[in-house]
Ligand binder design. Structure first.
Ligand code: FES
Length: 108
């Protein structure tokens, strides 16, 4: 089971997710990382689930077209959409310090 550390509001939240699990799906059924993860549509359309990958990004697949559309240049800064990631390795990620421009876009 992949171990996940999610930084949110200055706090690290640590838990596990099932193999090939998705953080937004898991939070949606009130399992870790609920209630700490911010998300919206679950379909790559709103960017509310945007995270900055701190550790373990090398195990992730290349960004899909939805991530490219929503995140653009932010991909190069280590951003990913949590709803588009199925995790099979440990990962550390943050929803603190999200670029205000991206946060504003996600708030629309
Ligand atoms: S939850 Fe909307 S893009 Fe991920």
């Amino acid at each position: 089971m992949p171990k996940v550390i999610l930084h949110k509001n200055g706090q690290p939240h640590e838990g596990e997710i099932k193999d090939d699990g998705n953080l937004v799906v898991s939070a949606g059924i009130k399992k870790f990382p609920f209630p700490h993860l911010s998300y919206g549509c679950g379909m790559g359309k709103c960017a509310k689930c945007a995270c900055i990958i701190l550790q373990g990004g090398e195990h992730l697949p290349a960004p899909n077209w939805k991530e490219k559309k929503q995140l653009g240049a932010h991909l190069e800064k280590g951003y990913r959409l949590a709803c588009q990631l199925w995790l099979s390795h440990d990962i550390e990620l943050s929803q603190d310090g999200i670029d205000p421009a991206l946060a504003a876009q996600a708030a629309k």
